[in-house]
Design a protein around this ligand. Structure first.
Ligand code: 13P
Length: 283
């Protein structure tokens, strides 16, 4: 069932586990994720970046694809379709109008006041449409950047202000994680994570889930993280399996065989994350 992220994240917060957010890139990604989460009885958030949405044809195509899969595969776990790092009100509005059930407005590159202003515009439109909203504050680094120079840890007071003044449903405070592979050790500020969680009392989101050690993931969940975003991990296992398959068979040309060569590796990784996050057997 396609729904917003409110109930699934509230349940995760109370029962102390994290709902997996997996980024999708195409039909197969969505299918493998839905099938594995349904088998594990885990709720799931399908994250779609602006780039991935464009790649798939646009917001309407993505909504149609996901709704079609849910119906044809008879998926009965809660599924949320979420814009990942929406860069403007316009992006979020287009996604909401197409049928996305949740959006992230990432106005973290602006001043706090500007971030609050843009986030408020999105929240107001989203609420009218029963859509949940995630905001970001601080700066989550990228794999191409140097760890020390790129990450800006979110300040507790700024987060409290943003949450109080916007009434977002969940928030992603930058606390040391990066998107993609880490150069060196992930350094997450767990003390601040716990402090923020206690003070804002809404579900917290951890971006850059790839490369964070299992023990750190568990600690993050105990400090209030209720949604963990995974993208690169699935891309790596899929491409490794497909590369191996093509190396071993120089004559294959059926695209279904090529793409499906990564299916079991992806499903294995998805299952591993669900079990690590503790979201299995919840529905
Ligand atoms: P990774 O690519 O590091 O798994 O991060 C995904 C993410 O945070 C998407 O928003």
């Amino acid at each position: 069932m396609l729904e917003n992220a409110k109930a699934m994240l509230e349940k995760a917060k109370i029962e102390k586990y994290a709902v997996p957010h997996f980024n999708i890139n195409n039909l197969e990604w969505a299918k493998y994720i839905l099938e594995t989460c349904a088998y594990q009885r885990s709720p799931v958030i399908l994250g779609v970046s602006e780039g991935a949405s464009k790649y798939m044809g646009g917001y309407n195509t993505v909504v149609g694809l996901v709704k079609g899969l849910i119906k044809d595969l008879q998926i009965s776990i809660p599924v949320c379709l979420h814009i990942d790092h929406g860069s403007s009100f316009d992006t979020c509005k287009k996604a909401i109008d197409a049928g996305f059930t949740s959006v992230m407005i990432d106005a973290s590159k602006y001043s706090l006041e500007e971030n609050i202003k843009i986030t408020n515009e999105v929240v107001s439109y989203a609420k009218e449409n029963n859509v949940t909203v995630e905001a970001e504050i601080g700066h989550i680094g990228g794999s191409e950047d140097e760890l020390s120079s790129d990450i800006a840890y979110a300040k507790t007071d700024d987060i409290i202000k943003l949450v109080n003044e916007t009434k977002v449903d969940f928030v992603a405070p930058a606390l040391g994680s990066v998107h993609g592979l880490y150069k060196g050790e992930p350094k997450l500020d767990f003390d601040r994570m716990l402090e923020i969680s206690k003070k804002v009392n809404i579900p917290l989101v951890l971006h850059g889930g790839t490369g964070i050690y299992d023990e750190q993931i568990k600690k993050a969940i105990s400090c209030g993280i209720c949604k963990i975003n995974i993208n690169t991990d699935l891309q790596i296992v899929w491409s490794e399996a497909v590369r191996k398959f093509l190396d071993n068979d120089k004559k294959v040309y059926d695209p279904r065989k090529v793409i499906c060569a990564g299916e079991s590796a992806m499903k294995e990784k998805i299952k591993e994350k669900i079990i690590l996050f503790g979201s299995n057997n919840k529905y």
